[in-house]
Design a protein around this ligand. Sequence first.
Ligand code: ZN
Ligand code: ZN
Length: 319
Amino acid sequence: MPDVRIKTPNLDDIFEKWKQRAVRQDRKRMEKQFGTKGALFSLDAISAAEYVKDTLKEAAIYFAVKKTLGAVPKGKDENTVLAPRVGRETYYSFKGAGKINKENWKDEEKVPMYESIQAVSCKTCKGKGYTDDKCKTCKGTGKIEENLMVLVGEEQKKEKKLFSYPCAACYGTGNKREQCKECGGHKNLYKYEILPVPFQTVVTGVPILHSSAQTKYEKEIGEDLHKMIEEVEGIRFNEFKELESKVEASLGYMNKNIKKTISAAASDHKTYQKDKDSQITTQIYLFPMIQMFCETKKGSKFEIYSLGSGNKFMIYSNF
Ligand SMILES: [Zn+2]
Ligand SMILES: [Zn+2]
């Protein structure tokens, strides 16, 4: 088994790095807080032992995600409706409108598209709107026949005589036009498509950082790591299961907050794995994090954080 242990930075090294940076950024403030009246200001006189009041050993977890904003939903649906129903739908048009910013879009991601409305000739009536059937009244003969009773001669012999006249239901044609039940007589049905809104796709890298130290620098640290992950040394894992089983051995310490942080990060990681618009682009990094609570002789309190190993770490401070 390879050595998973990571060397936590030495407190003096962290403090030294902070000192050098602080004096570069604001020498006057350093002199005011750490200088001695009448003595020449020197960084050498400022030691961790004197100013660091308390230290916490924490940890941070980092991974990066590539998020595709405005990913176009796939596939299309279509509806075919009777002519009078076309007007019941609300249509959208993006002709000449360019790509749509998904963040401003409050509607459905797939919408009925105006340009897709299309007449489809009715198959049942072959686009005529009616069907020709035999007239039911005259059974297709075009005439109605009746027997007349005729009494013939003195004997009044009963005779039946056929009498026929044109059928009124079909005007004597024998055919009856019926409105086509399929298209309602409108000759066509109408089809329209429900298509994806043409969103603009934006791919952005998102840094994900979870730290067990309650720091206001989480966002800043995350962004820094995103830009210069090579500047900090951590231990990389392919999955959280592995990280969870090795975290204590790796850091050489453990606490409740670290445990909580790991499980929050793991659930976050899982969410991104499931999200179809996201792609996790890095391994999972585990970093030792040291939080130092400091106080100057004038009673001014500040904190210094380190992130990374003894070989490569970054520092943050509110001084
Ligand atoms: Zn029809
Ligand atoms: Zn008829």
